[in-house]
Design a protein around this ligand. Sequence first.
Ligand code: FAD
Length: 384
Amino acid sequence: PVLDVTQCQNLQPRGPIEATSCDYETVDYVKNALYESLKGLVKIPFFRYIQMDMYRGCPFWEESAMCTEPTCSLDTVDEQEIPDRWRMKTLSKVDHVTNYDKLAGCYYRDSDFCYLEDPKVGDYFDLSQIPERYTGYTGEGARQIWRSIYEENCFSPSSLQSSSDLLNEAQTCLEERVYYKVISGLHASISTHICLDYLNHTTGEWTPNLNCYITRVASYPERLEYIYFNTVLLLRAVARLGPHLFLYDYAEGADSAAVALRLNNVLGIAHEAGKFDEKALFGGINAQALKEEFKHHFRNVTRIMDCVDCDQCRLWGKVQTMGLATALKVLFELDETSLSRSPDANPLQRSEIVALFNTLHRFSESLHAVDIFRRLARQNDASE
Ligand code: FAD
């Protein structure tokens, strides 16, 4: 698309958000407070360490050339730095696993929307030290991943159509649209981060790149709408978790009172804006079959992440698909009884909570970035 800075300034969605009883204005009203609370929260040890098996390999096709740029690489954390009780290996196995995939080392519980990580394999990462930003990972390899993810839009084999075709299609069911919005919103949020923290190859500086943002996001208003959509979905999951969140022990290496305050802030916001209407989905005649199909395809998306040929992108891809899968599980699989159980009963692993909060932080950061891009567009306009 032609670069037009007014597109950036005018990009202000308004009115109700589909499948929710929330509107864009409410999200705008809470987004700064949400971002500030999450920014502090994801720095504490509980939320920043995660274990991931980064080298499971791509089960779907021959991997293409790996991104060898330094910007793609990733530092691990020594296991000794991880508080003992969070070490996955001390937990020794994933409990309640009911299904093993044909693919080695891949398993899930019936309630899962993602493949679980094998605690016996994998490294620890400090998410607070790993930015999501421009890495230089691009080309046919990256595009193939996105294509495959959109092809997983399970309900319509013709889903390769453009978003507007898909959404205008009269027969498109709500579940199908939700799936598409979740994926497209994730894609838009990743693009926003790439453009926000972009490497200017001429000066060697990391700066926001307005042109990049306009071309990838602002020229397609629905993409920003889906970032809002995902934010509401994730907030709804946090609101549903509610008291369950206080059953975890965040004290290790953190000020408990400060953590409780931030957590309460996020929960308050979640109750105000997290009004995703999960009861509107999976209610028809084939509800169970449709839900199983949805889960199966979303699990595949989490597996496709193993095909991302850039370590840093793959880590954030895995974390965020796990975060979204956790939100879907909380909304569609966990009842009040399981949510009232202690974490020891394993309704959710710690890593699922970590992924959920870090993903919400990423989306809130994308909403925050929109304001930065708007300011830049205004400055550009004024200086012309
Ligand atoms: P792409 O973003 O690759 O998009 C491909 C096509 O999809 C576009 O041509 C467009 O038709 C369509 N499309 C684009 N956005 C949307 C949307 N929101 N909704 C619907 N359709 C859309 N690169 C980095 O620099 N840093 C990262 O951290 C990073 N993380 C990544 C994580 C994953 C999981 C993947 C798959 C890729 C990641 N990449 C990352 C690569 C990055 O997303 C782009 O693929 C790359 O920058 C090339 O961009 P592009 O302009 O060719 O279009």
